[in-house]
Design a protein around this ligand. Structure first.
Ligand code: PLP
Length: 244
């Protein structure tokens, strides 16, 4: 008899992605499957989430595992420490790196003779984890766009507290993002994590990045119409070995 079994319901994954798409019907969706799909199995999750427009992972090694597992959709690499070798790996495999610091920008600019790549530039609007400062956004966007092996630069930011009520932090971040990026036209943008997808329509832009909601967890302090439709993906079963 096994001690504990985790059962993953792939139909719940599909259902939860459909909720994200319903919440943000005019946005493309980048399903976040970092950290082994939050512990649910990255390759299997990616296969179940075939309706996503792209996948996002934290590190290049996770992207390589997905590709080796037969996933051929666009993969965004959210938080790699980019150096010359990793930039080459992204170009070779068609991954879309997120540039979040000066070293990463320099690594991309210095690379030569590569395949064309899509690059995301992350702006720190208040999360204070990763990203360039808002004042540098337009300049770095220009540098990257002028790079012969970069065929598109997209813009991203990450919210610190979209899962909290009674807090203007998310609105403040949206405002800072729009100030930093507003003069750049025709550029794809992405701001929203699960909580913002479910509660901040104005943040949806061209791309949304659902993570925790795909696995059935409601990030909101109080469920709303959409978040109450999420279904749990993992069921953990075990046996009671004693009762007192
Ligand atoms: C993890 C992550 C997400 C997904 O966030 P959730 O709150 O789980 O929806 C989105 N964007 C980035 C950059 C992340 O690191």
């Amino acid at each position: 008899m096994s001690l504990a079994t985790a059962t993953i319901r792939t139909e719940a994954l599909r259902h939860n992605l459909a909720i994200a798409r319903k919440a943000a019907p005019n946005s493309s969706s980048m399903a976040v499957i970092k950290a082994n799909a939050y512990g649910h199995g990255a390759v299997e999750a990616a296969k179940a989430l075939a309706q996503a427009d792209a996948f996002a992972v934290a590190r290049i090694e996770e992207a390589l595992k997905l590709q080796q597992g037969g996933i051929d959709k666009a993969i965004v690499v959210l938080s790699e420490m980019l150096d010359a070798e990793w930039v080459e790996a992204c170009a070779e495999h068609g991954f879309q790196p997120v540039v979040h610091d000066t070293a990463g920008v320099e690594a991309i600019l210095a690379a030569r003779g590569l395949h064309q790549m899509v690059v995301w530039l992350k702006v720190d609007t208040g999360m204070h984890r990763l990203g360039v400062v808002p004042d540098d956004c337009a300049r770095i966007h220009g540098q990257l766009s002028a790079c012969p092996h970069v065929n598109e630069v997209r813009l991203m930011t990450h919210f610190s507290s979209a899962d909290k009520d009674e807090d203007t932090a998310t609105e403040d971040q949206m405002e800072r993002f729009s100030q930093a990026t507003g003069n750049l036209s025709g550029v794809d943008r992405s701001l929203a994590n699960s909580a913002a997808i479910l509660s901040h329509k104005q943040s949806h832009a061209e791309w949304v990045r659902p993570g925790i909601m795909l696995y059935g967890a409601d990030p909101l302090p109080t469920a709303n119409d959409l978040s109450s439709q999420l279904r749990p993906v993992m069921q953990l079963q075990s046996h009671v070995i004693a009762a007192r």
